[in-house]
Design a protein around this ligand. Structure first.
Ligand SMILES: [Zn+2]
Length: 280
């Protein structure tokens, strides 16, 4: 197994949305807040090469956003996914599996591209994996999730029968197992990649950036913040006990960390790049 980082650019969103109920005087010393009151978020995907499979977990915003939306998100490096794959000497056509933790546009927008006016799967030979309940939420969104789901990101994949449900692979595949969480969005997946003795948890929007290690720091994008706190409480205890490596999708400063529990607080322990722990 080889694991690589695939960068898909950055976006910036209102700091208050990400910090939720965390008091404002605690923001700046935990994460850089920009002059316009936003925080910059990475779109850090993971690529796994396993035997003859090439597996991509999430793929950023893609190239289909309107100019207005790009401006409101302060989208930077929108072609980073293409560049990252080129740097790895891979093509879109070599990807065999695309795992989507959930279908919010900043995680799955790169799933499709516009080709001669038609929206098509960007990875023509890939199966795309999602949870059934997440796909149901996507088809029938609650009001607060309406703006996070963009039909063109996934419907063309579904219509070409390339969408697969993780429930049909209950044990996971290629040393990747899946956990489901419902606080941020119903049926959101957290893939856990087994690499030798290590477990690498792609925590996605369960813990979007390091400040979210504080149990009460729950983003206002979450559907059910109370449930998120319950889910994080259980998951973080497990992550400490099992010495998981967490992979942050959105944190620009911290790509990965292990955890320690001190005085009831979950803290970063040895943060940095994944490569310091694993030889790929
Ligand atoms: Zn999300």
């Amino acid at each position: 197994m080889k694991i690589s980082t695939v960068n898909c650019g950055t976006i910036s969103v209102d700091a208050g949305m990400m910090f939720g109920n965390l008091p404002e005087n605690e923001w700046q010393n935990r994460y850089p807040v920009q002059a316009n009151g936003t925080v910059k978020l990475a779109l850090r995907s993971m690529l796994i090469e396993y035997d003859d499979r090439v597996i991509l977990i999430n793929n950023g915003c893609g190239l289909k956003l309107s100019e207005e939306m790009k401006a409101s998100l302060y989208l930077e490096n929108e072609f980073a996914l293409e560049q990252s794959l080129r740097d790895l000497k891979l093509a879109f056509s070599t990807v065999t599996d695309v795992i989507l933790t959930h279908l919010h546009f900043d995680h799955c927008g790169g799933s499709t591209v516009i080709n001669k006016g038609r929206v098509e799967p960007a990875f023509p030979h890939a199966r795309y994996w999602v949870s059934r309940s997440q796909f149901e939420s996507f088809l029938h969104p609650e009001d607060n999730e309406l703006e996070s789901f963009i039909m063109d990101d996934i419907l063309p994949v579904y219509e070409q029968s390339k969408l697969c449900f993780i429930e049909d692979e209950p044990n996971g595949f290629c040393d990747i197992s899946f956990r489901r969480f419902n606080g941020h969005s119903t049926g959101m997946l957290v893939p856990i990649v087994r690499y030798g003795k290590e477990n690498i948890a792609f925590v996605s929007d369960l813990i979007p950036f390091a400040p979210s290690l504080i149990l009460d720091c729950v983003s206002r994008y979450d559907n059910n913040p109370v449930l998120t706190i319950q889910e994080k409480t259980l998951f973080l205890a497990e992550a400490v006990q099992q010495n998981y490596i967490l992979w942050f999708e959105h944190d620009t400063e911290v790509a990965c960390c292990r955890l320690k529990l001190e005085h009831g607080l979950y803290l970063k322990h040895n943060s940095g790049s994944l490569m310091q722990w694993i030889e790929t």
